[in-house]
Design a protein around this ligand. Structure first.
Ligand code: VTB
Length: 313
């Protein structure tokens, strides 16, 4: 099990990154907003007593970003940990000050998080309390919705599916519409999109579609803590992406990853709201402090918390 004091430390990392990027919300510069989150995350991660390694980050070492895949972080005294970050999920949302931009981090014991390349991933997610494998990435959307509706003793038209609003989802959207099921479109930020399935108040039954693979690993970490289900498959379209995957040791490019292939063992997940959203409000600044809304999860400890915390600026 991960040391419980890490929870507080990683929560602070997420809150500080959310604060740094929030200073750039609504200012039209998504690159600056992302950079602010990255700089903050890196500096706070380096203060933690651990032997951390980035497994999901801002890109590969040869692209020379900060928080590159393989980068070692922490003081070097402490547990060896795998760290997945998305310092700002929703750079465009932040630049335009639209809802639901978050700073995200997930942590597991060394070797326990999938090193996913920076490519797309087909994803499917549902919340807790369903029988194992009631949905499957290889089922048609019709079969998945029918299975879920049957289990819940409701009509498929009573179900809501969340997905990114993209042209690549045209076919799925047509199928969902044909079944008269409801759609909740999101313009960006599919870590939260998948998490919605795990929180009853959101009335989202299923998350599907193609989004970033790194975001898939982060979503899987959160969903594990909620007891939901997640499956993903890399969506590789060209040789460059193939190379990215093989560089990370992935040989079967078409592998269907179940939740336990993506996140093994104990995991901690922390997200801080950057812009005002449905689950997390954005950062609020008061005199010498800021208030951060946080989603904090720890799988082995069964911790699921959404709360507001005050930090000194
Ligand atoms: C995806 C999604 C992210 O950006 O990566 C998306 O997973 C990019 O998709 O949450 P497009 O290339 O189709 O724009 C986010 O929405 C935000 O980073």
């Amino acid at each position: 099990m991960l040391d419980h004091k890490l929870l507080e430390q990683f929560t602070k990392v997420a809150a500080q990154a959310a604060y740094s990027s929030s200073l750039l919300k609504g200012k039209g510069d998504k690159i600056a907003a992302d950079q602010a989150a990255v700089d903050s995350m890196r500096s706070y991660l380096n203060k933690i007593d651990m032997n951390g390694k980035i497994v999901i980050g801002e890109g590969e070492m040869d692209e020379a970003p900060m928080l590159f895949i393989g980068e070692k972080l922490g003081t070097g005294n402490g547990e060896p940990l795998d760290i997945a970050v998305d310092p700002l999920d929703g750079t465009t949302l932040t630049a335009k000050n639209l809802p639901d931009a978050i700073s995200v981090i997930a942590v597991a014991e060394k070797g326990n998080l999938l090193q996913a390349p920076d490519t797309y991933m087909e994803k499917i997610a549902i919340g807790p309390d369903y029988p194992e494998n009631i949905i499957d990435l290889d089922n048609s959307i019709e079969t998945n919705l029918n299975n879920m509706a049957e289990f819940k003793s409701i009509k498929p038209s009573d179900l809501t599916v969340c997905l990114l609003e993209r042209d690549r989802h045209k076919k799925i959207v047509e199928s969902i519409t044909k079944m008269s099921a409801k759609i909740k479109f999101i313009s960006d930020g599919d870590v939260l999109g998948a998490i919605y399935t795990c929180i009853k108040d959101f009335n989202v039954d299923l998350y599907v579609g193609i989004g970033g693979a790194p975001e898939g690993v982060l979503a899987a970490a959160a969903i594990k803590c909620f007891g939901g289900q997640f499956q993903g498959r890399l969506s590789i379209t060209d040789n460059e992406e193939k190379l990215r995957a093989t560089k990370l040791g992935i040989t079967d490019l078409k592998k269907k990853y179940y939740l336990n292939d993506i996140v093994r063992g104990d995991v901690i997940f922390c997200a801080g709201g950057v812009t005002d959203g449905e689950l997390l409000k954005g950062i609020r600044i008061e005199k010498n402090n800021f208030l951060a809304d946080l989603l904090v999860l720890h799988s082995d400890k069964k911790i699921i918390k959404v709360y507001t915390e005050k930090f000194e600026i």
